[in-house]
Design a protein around this ligand. Structure first.
Ligand code: SAH
Ligand code: DHB
Ligand code: MG
Length: 229
């Protein structure tokens, strides 16, 4: 099946104009020996479409890697819009900064180096946001915590997108010893019960195999009566 998913994915991305900037980012990422786990072209395009749909002026990303998804989202920003992307790996952050500068997006995109668990409370403390769109795509162990901060930092009506929530169907394996998988399972359950958002969870297939995305809209008055009284 994977061959066909990948072939259809190539067909779909081939329908759209080719893009030298995005190609260069993937080339720089390969040259640097980084993991090739960026979103696929049609997934990047989905992020771009969602950013346009919510008129995003302020975007937060958790997990920059080479800056591929960041470029897709940042291109939806108006000239005075901003994207902050959080990245724990200094090599990844440097490669991404160089690529974003070459893409002409250095004025709109800031890559912040550090652990997301530390930087999300810092963003809240400095009054960053509110964000119109958040893309969560870092480690999976802490997904629920990242999502919780993201809800606090997002305006009512804003969107939160979470990558890798199906993991080849492994998400059904309740007794998995894999901490990432358990993080995804905890996240999906808490998302479905979260009164602060209206959400869905979608399975996807394509060049990255079988996985999925969660998409949530933050509701008005998004305080959580379970924890905030
Ligand atoms: N969003 C990117 C892919 C991100 S891959 C794209 O689609 O183009 C996941 C990234 O998250 C990696 O670069 C990894 O270094 C980073 N990461 C992992 N754990 C992290 C953490 N705790 N805080 C911040 N970044 C983290
Ligand atoms: C992995 C991480 C991702 O964010 C992704 O989209 C695909 C794979 C991984 O850690 O294997
Ligand atoms: Mg991912």
């Amino acid at each position: 099946m994977h061959d066909q998913w990948a072939a259809v994915d190539a067909y779909l991305s081939g329908l759209f104009p080719s893009d030298a900037v995005l190609d260069a980012i993937l080339q720089a990422s390969r040259d640097a020996g980084m993991p090739q786990i960026n979103v696929s072209p049609v997934q990047g395009r989905l992020l771009h479409v969602l950013a346009l749909a919510c008129h995003a002026r302020n975007i937060l990303e958790i997990g920059t890697l080479a800056g591929y998804s960041a470029v897709w989202m940042a291109r939806a920003l108006p000239a005075d819009g901003r994207l902050i992307s959080l990245e724990a790996n200094p090599k990844h952050a440097n490669v991404a900064r160089a690529s974003l500068a070459r893409a002409g997006l250095a004025d709109r995109v800031e890559v912040r180096l550090g652990m997301a668990l530390d930087m999300l409370p810092q963003l809240a403390a400095e009054g960053a946001g509110p964000f119109d769109l958040v893309f969560i795509d870092a480690d999976k162990e802490n997904l629920t915590t990242y999502f919780d901060w993201s809800v606090r930092l997002t305006r009512p009506g804003g969107l939160i997108v979470v990558d890798n929530v199906i993991r080849g169907g492994e998400v059904l394996n309740a007794s998995s010893a894999d901490a990432s998988l358990q993080g995804v399972r905890r996240f999906n359950e808490s998302l479905a019960a979260d009164p602060r958002v209206t959400a869905t969870i979608l399975q996807t297939v394509g060049s990255k195999g079988y996985d999925g995305l969660a998409i949530a809209v933050v509701r008005a008055g998004n305080r959580d009566p379970r924890t905030e009284g």
